[in-house]
Design a protein around this ligand. Structure first.
Ligand code: HEM
Ligand SMILES: *[C@@H]1O[C@H](CO)[C@@H](O)[C@H](O)[C@H]1NC(C)=O
Ligand SMILES: *[C@@H]1O[C@H](CO)[C@@H](O)[C@H](O)[C@H]1NC(C)=O
Ligand SMILES: *[C@@H]1O[C@H](CO)[C@@H](O)[C@H](O)[C@H]1NC(C)=O
Ligand SMILES: *[C@@H]1O[C@H](CO)[C@@H](O)[C@H](O)[C@H]1NC(C)=O
Length: 505
């Protein structure tokens, strides 16, 4: 008894203190600076406390787009002390913080997409959401997944998905029209758009035509709500047990979703006649059939995880891009006007949206990129070194967690100039790819290298379709009830939603 207690104690000591301490010494020896950690929360306390600052300005007059210092006050502060590359601690896990594009370039130049890892802490934490889907897999498995998934997002396939986006959006807009005519012109567009984007991604991923698809969608939403509040102690040992109820609930919902998706896949396999359904699941199943050689296809278990991955990686990010866009268009009516004019010229009033014309919505593309720059829905990118990586005379040891502060770089005046915190879509007129950023690795809304977002063209299309439909029917202006407080949960969201005054045109 005593022996096993002692053993347990030593195990604990080893994994919670000695291992992290060894990692810390190794990093330190290699020349990186950063805050000294304390046991067992690391710098989490400071990160949480500084989040309680009074950052929500009431009304629209006080809105500042300088969000790095309000949404990530701890990073802004540490940058001033330690520079743009340093170590900090999430619980007992050291993270290498990077907000320096040149360092990032050197670090990633010699590392293939398949040689990068994703931090183990996040894998464990987000297991119910992503499983071993594309966001989380590594090595040769990642190569295989990416190989099957990439063709599913080809322009031909995307074209077939455009119409599954129109119906959910139209339903939302009809609901708005009803609300407005019953005397409620103020609408929380964040909530509305997130629901619709969830519906769209579910349709494009696994179809919603039967009741099973709809049940999956509802359960996925429930799981997301459950997980939202339990993500706060990432990296702290045994934090799982602190939110045991949530953890168990998420696990139960996860099992339910898996069962439902398995039965959808099973039904499709049984009725297989060589022509796949034109949603992502159908395309992946086809890819796995055609390329059925061992080592080139996805297992049924992996198909399930990819469906979940598309949902969690794809709907909130896109919804937030649209949400922040509406805020900026409400603040800048002249841009709202310009986009409406462009829609009139390029798309017209047709109910059916012609896919080929979407690429001519140039101004809308500038606006989207500028929104992704200022309010990047994915505020950071993460990696874990799976080998020693040399950067000049520094060595990032095998196993180091890496945290790339995308919002930090997008708001760095050294990269963008003095107007960095102003909404100026025309930056992308002259420099369509980088918006005039002084470094090519300074604008990373979709990540970087081989692991860059696989859904970015789908997102671009969805953004254009939904925004076109919205701007053709309604105009958007600011509401005195909005409180500006961009904050990070999983993505960068308006903490109190986004109420706007919506008027029919
Ligand atoms: C505005 C919308 C979106 C944003 C801002 C966004 C952003 C990102 C970012 C930052 C990454 C990580 C890249 C890296 O680590 O270097 C990523 C990866 C990924 N995204 Fe997106 N994304 C969006 C929409 C979507 C959509 C619609 C889908 C799918 C339907 C999707 C699926 C994925 C997948 C599967 C990965 C993992 C790719 C890999 O590791 O190989 N994303 N996304
Ligand atoms: C990180 O946290 C430790 C204690 O938790 C604290 O002593 C240290 O000052 C923090 N680092 C910074 C840069 O604030
Ligand atoms: C935050 O600031 C606003 C206005 O500056 C003020 O009305 C409000 O009471 C403050 N809230 C807190 C919690 O300090
Ligand atoms: C990195 O570390 C892991 C586990 O500690 C080990 O399995 C792997 O072989 C190491 N990689 C290299 C390239 O040394
Ligand atoms: C997106 O589209 C562009 C051009 O249309 C293409 O070059 C690129 O490979 C596509 N990206 C993905 C991830 O499919």
């Amino acid at each position: 008894m005593a022996a096993s207690l002692l053993y347990l104690f030593l195990r604990l000591l080893f994994s919670c203190w000695i291992l992290p301490f060894r990692a810390y010494c190794k990093i330190k020896k290699n020349g990186f600076g950063g805050p000294t950690p304390s046991f067992p929360l690391g710098n989490i306390t400071e990160m949480k406390n500084s989040n309680n600052v009074n950052d929500s300005s009431s009304g629209f007059s006080g809105i500042s787009h300088d969000i790095h210092s309000t949404a990530f006050p701890y990073f802004a502060k540490w940058q001033m002390i330690h520079g743009k590359v340093f170590i900090y601690w999430l619980g007992t896990e050291p993270f290498l913080y990077i907000a320096e594009p040149e360092f990032l370039k050197k670090m990633s130049s010699g590392v293939l997409g398949k040689s990068w890892g994703k931090p183990m802490v996040f894998k464990r934490d987000r297991m119910p959401m992503f499983g071993s889907g594309l966001v989380m897999v590594e090595g040769d498995d990642w190569v295989r997944h990416r190989h099957v998934i990439t063709p599913a997002f080809s322009p031909t396939n995307l074209k077939a998905m455009a119409n599954s986006m129109v119906e959910p959006t139209t339903m939302m807009l009809n609901k708005w029209a009803t609300l407005i005519s019953s005397g409620q012109p103020e609408i929380d567009v964040e909530r509305e758009i997130t629901t619709t984007a969830g519906e769209i991604i579910a349709r494009t991923s696994f179809g919603l035509s039967n009741h099973k698809g709809r049940k999956v969608y509802e359960t996925l939403r429930a799981m997301q709500i459950t997980l939202f509040n339990s993500n706060r102690y990432v990296g702290v040992p045994f934090s799982k047990w602190l939110c045991l109820k949530k953890t168990l609930e998420a696990r139960k919902l996860g099992k339910e979703i898996d069962q439902l998706l398995l039965s959808i896949i099973d039904a499709r396999t049984k009725s297989w006649d060589g022509t796949p359904q034109k949603d992502l699941l159908g395309l992946l199943m086809e890819g796995s059939h055609v390329d059925g050689r061992a080592g080139k296809s996805l297992t049924i278990r992996e198909l399930v995880d990819e469906c979940k991955t598309f949902f969690f990686a794809g709907h909130e990010t896109t919804a937030l891009a649209l949400t922040w866009t509406l805020l900026l268009l409400a603040l800048h009516p002249q841009w709202q006007h310009q986009l409406r004019e462009e829609i009139g010229q390029v798309i017209g009033d047709d109910d059916e949206i012609v896919y080929a014309r979407l690429s001519n919505l140039k101004k809308m593309e500038w606006v989207m990129k500028e929104v992704l720059r200022i309010y990047s829905p994915a505020p950071n990118a993460q990696r874990q070194a799976r080998e020693d990586i040399k950067v000049d005379d520094l060595i990032i040891p095998n196993g180091t967690n890496i945290w790339i502060d995308v919002v930090g770089m997008h708001h760095d005046p050294a990269l963008w100039g003095a107007d960095v915190n102003e909404f100026r879509p025309e930056r992308f007129k002259d420099d369509n790819l980088y918006g005039g950023c002084k470094h090519k690795m300074g604008f990373l809304p979709f990540g970087f290298g081989g692991r860059m977002c696989v859904g970015r063209n789908l997102t671009m299309m969805e953004y254009k379709v939904v925004l076109t439909l919205m701007l053709r029917k309604f105009s958007f202006s600011t509401s005195p009830n909005y409180r500006h407080s961009p904050s990070i949960l999983l993505s960068l969201r308006p903490r109190h939603g986004l109420p706007l005054i919506v008027q029919p045109l």
